[in-house]
Unconditional design. Structure first.
Length: 280
């Protein structure tokens, strides 16, 4: 079916490439810099990034420049789309929304740039839902409402082994108060008002992950939800967490386990895990 509305997102949505291709979602890459080397995050091997972080090599993330968005939007316009919905990581975590807005003013079709005030699969599930509405021929208003409803209702739960990487990257927000606590204290975080904020703190990694599981189960309730487990260099723990979620969340439409984008991994650090609960 002819698509009147195109969907664009950035790489922090953590969507597998085969899925974005299937749904016709355009992904603009955030860049990662390791030492003196900078590239699109999709071209940064995760083992290289993990090794650099553990060796204290300077690591930083760089939002896409406006030209990257302009090229994507312009190409879609030449293909005949009537509107573009561009869905992005929180503006309190990245200047990605600002770059998208600058590019949007230069293309001949309307571009609706959305600041989700969140990250990860809360964006990913919103983008998927919006793309399916667009694929079915839905209006731009319906596509926008679908995306907004999904990311507004989603929950991001985040476990990190240490807050050090968030501190280095300046993304720690209200969670800064947890820095310098007992070494065995493991923080649980969430996204609120576009920032990473404290949710709970638990002694020991296993207890912290069990607490995160309990919170996810409670947030899901009996609603129909999509659930994702995200990790950065913690595949075995992510698989175990997914098995526990399968046993405890009653009405799940889609389960997914995915490694977070390198741009997110550069801030949360090796061993980080997350759970996204997204009501359908």
């Amino acid at each position: 079916m002819y698509r009147r509305v195109a969907i664009v997102t950035d790489s922090t949505a953590c969507l597998p490439a085969q899925l974005t291709k299937k749904l016709g979602i355009e992904v603009v890459q955030i860049q990662v810099r390791i030492g003196d080397h900078t590239d699109d995050e999709s071209r940064i091997p995760v083992p290289d990034l993990v090794s650099a972080m553990r060796s204290n090599v300077p690591v930083a993330t760089i939002p896409p420049d406006p030209d990257s968005f302009f090229r994507t939007y312009h190409e879609l316009a030449t293909q005949g789309v009537r509107s573009i919905v561009s869905v992005h990581v929180s503006s309190r975590q990245s200047a990605t929304v600002e770059a998208a807005g600058e590019a949007a003013a230069k293309v001949p079709v309307p571009v609706h740039v959305i600041d989700t005030h969140t990250c990860g699969m809360s964006i990913g599930y919103a983008v998927q839902a919006a793309a399916k509405v667009a694929e079915a021929g839905g209006s731009v208003e319906k596509v926008l409402a679908t995306a907004q409803r999904r990311f507004d209702r989603s929950t991001e739960l985040i476990y990190v082994d240490t807050l050090e990487y968030l501190r280095r990257g300046g993304r720690i927000g209200a969670a800064a108060a947890l820095v310098g606590g007992v070494l065995s204290m493991k923080p649980l975080l969430t996204m609120a008002d576009g920032q990473i904020t404290p949710l709970d703190k638990v002694i020991g990694a296993d207890r912290a992950l069990n607490r995160m599981l309990d919170i996810a189960v409670k947030r899901a309730g009996t609603d129909t939800v999509d659930v994702a487990v995200e990790h950065f260099d913690a595949e075995e723990k992510a698989s175990r967490l997914l098995r526990n979620l399968r046993r405890n969340v009653p009405n799940v439409r889609q389960f997914m386990v995915t490694q977070v984008s390198s741009a997110i991994g550069a801030h949360v650090g090796p061993g980080a895990l997350g759970i996204t609960v997204s009501p359908v």
